[in-house]
Write a protein that binds this ligand. Structure first.
Ligand code: ATP
Length: 209
């Protein structure tokens, strides 16, 4: 699972999903837009529009899935609930991984039911440029005894461990910068898939701050 606001999806998300799948030999990477992200402001465009952009971005990429399951739920989108729903589908034996970027990881201890996340899945942290910071004390406590160094060790069990991954193409692309550029009328070419860019421009999305 790679959850996010995807406001909008960009090549940092998509390339990370492809490389994550390869690094851990995953069957699928479910990219799951949050309807209502609990820890940040209201996204700029509707959940359905963010999902449509995600679908366009993924197109026919093998192994990537645009998964709408959080959009059907009312209330805040808690990852623990999403993982529980994935776990019900794949069964107790399957390896389930929640991937997130280092910036999101730094706030993990503030998430809803953080211990339950580890009961349901592994956590894999994707390095992002410019996101090296010291871990908060509550996070260090949450992680005690969970960190492993190798993907094989992680994948030897269904859940409960933490792995930090430096994927080959670390990309300094953020949705914040994409929105800022769109609001300023600057180019976003090569930051997003062309089909995503075309839809955003045709619909005038993110044009106003
Ligand atoms: P924003 O700038 O609006 O905060 P974002 O670009 O971080 O957005 P999100 O939708 O919040 O995008 O990210 C979803 C997940 O993807 C998060 O776990 C985030 O850390 C990760 N992610 C986003 N951009 C990258 C990137 N360039 N490389 C690796 N991971 C990324």
């Amino acid at each position: 699972m790679l959850g996010g606001t995807f406001d909008p999806v960009h090549l940092g998300h998509l390339r990370s999903a492809v490389e994550l799948r390869e690094a851990l030999a995953l069957d699928r990477v479910h990219m799951i837009p949050a309807a209502m992200p609990p820890l940040r402001g209201e996204p700029r465009v509707s959940p359905d529009e963010r999902l449509a952009l995600l679908r366009l971005g993924i197109a026919d990429t093998p192994g990537l899935v645009a998964d709408p399951r959080e959009l059907a739920r009312d209330g805040p989108s808690y990852s623990a609930d999403t993982l529980a729903s994935l776990r019900r589908e794949v069964g107790d034996e399957a390896r389930l991984v929640m991937a997130l970027g280092h910036d999101a990881f730094l706030r993990l201890a503030d998430w809803h039911e953080p211990e339950r996340l580890f009961a349901l899945a592994h956590v894999v942290v994707i390095d992002r440029p410019d996101h090296d910071a010291v871990l908060p004390a509550a996070l260090t406590e949450l992680l005690a005894g969970r960190e492993v160094e190798e993907g094989e060790v992680l994948m030897a069990q269904p859940a409960g461990k933490l792995l930090r991954l430096r994927l080959p193409s670390r990309m300094a692309i953020s949705a914040t910068e994409v929105r800022r550029r769109l609001a300023s009328g600057l180019s976003v070419r090569y930051l997003l898939p062309e089909a995503v860019e075309a839809r955003i421009l045709a619909r005038g999305l993110y044009r106003h701050r």
